[in-house]
Design a binder for this molecule. Structure first.
Ligand code: HPA
Length: 278
């Protein structure tokens, strides 16, 4: 039996953050592996370490810093998560998604999620950026839905709709920004697995057959929680490696971090454009 996160726990974190900020963020941004740099260009930044917050999980992964950066990007008040929490670190689904709950209690209506992912679509190359148009909740299908446990009625309904996890208008906005900036923007379905082992060739062939274009170890639980509270979501995957469908190549965390260097400027341009367009 898991310990589920309560509204009191969420609000203790929310209050601790509120005490330290004087702006009302309108967009939450979660930065994925190797994509942390954007947080450094937040203006008028207030940084709050996860380790200074009550009941807050700490990111243990190399390539993930562990703090909220609250300030302005493109003139919009934002709350950026520099470093996310993953299920494979041993946290519960409630802990993994606590930051999104806190965003909701802070009154933030929009979420931008980014991640590093393996490219499952045969045309995707390392360095590509993919607009996430839909997701495969493989963790949920095996009983790991972050909404399990008592429903938080203050935030959303017991059985939330998931027909449009990613906001169609924000997808259009991202497509336009990419076009204006001459960035090739791939599109597709992100499959969320728990990790931390990368996929076997058979896993990957299964994912391709199931309709996945990219695969990673995050994002899906966060987006489910975001939609439970009716946040509007934009999702971007940086393709850090080509999925190894025939077993001829090896995937490493180092190449994920390396690819982040090529991906970051493109993701940053798209996020900045979307923020200007909001
Ligand atoms: N698989 C799962 N997660 C990932 C990958 C991958 O190939 N690349 C980056 N994150």
């Amino acid at each position: 039996m898991q310990n589920f996160i309560t509204i009191e726990q969420i609000d203790s974190v929310t209050q601790a953050i509120k005490k330290q900020i004087s702006i009302q963020p309108v967009v939450g941004i979660i930065l994925g592996s190797g994509l942390n740099d954007l947080a450094d260009s937040v203006q008028k930044a207030v940084r709050i370490s996860y380790s200074d917050l009550p009941n807050f999980p700490v990111s243990t992964v190399h390539g993930h810093a562990g703090c909220f950066v609250i300030g302005e990007l493109e003139g919009k008040p934002v709350l950026v998560m520099q470093g996310r929490i993953h299920y494979y670190e041993g946290y519960t689904m409630g802990q993994v998604t606590l930051p999104v709950r806190v965003m909701q209690r802070l009154g933030i209506p929009n979420l931008i999620v980014t991640n590093a992912a393996g490219g499952v679509h045969p045309d995707f190359e390392p360095g590509d950026v993919m607009l996430i148009t839909d997701q495969l909740n493989l963790m949920g299908m095996s009983g790991l839905n972050p909404l399990m446990g008592p429903n938080l009625d203050e935030i959303g309904t017991r059985f939330p709709d998931m027909s449009r996890p990613y906001d169609p208008q924000y997808c259009d906005l991202a497509r336009n920004i990419a076009k204006e900036n001459k960035i090739t923007l791939r599109e597709g379905v992100y499959a969320g697995l728990s990790g931390p082992s990368f996929e076997s060739p058979a896993d990957l062939r299964f994912l391709r057959l199931a309709g996945a274009d990219a695969v990673g170890m995050s994002t899906v639980p966060e987006v489910i929680i975001a939609r439970h509270g009716n946040m509007r979501v934009l999702g971007l995957s940086g393709v850090s490696n080509k999925a190894n469908l025939d077993g001829t190549t090896v995937t490493t965390h180092e190449e994920v971090i390396e690819a982040g260097k090529v991906i970051t400027p493109k993701v940053e341009k798209i996020i900045r454009g979307v923020l200007r367009g909001l």
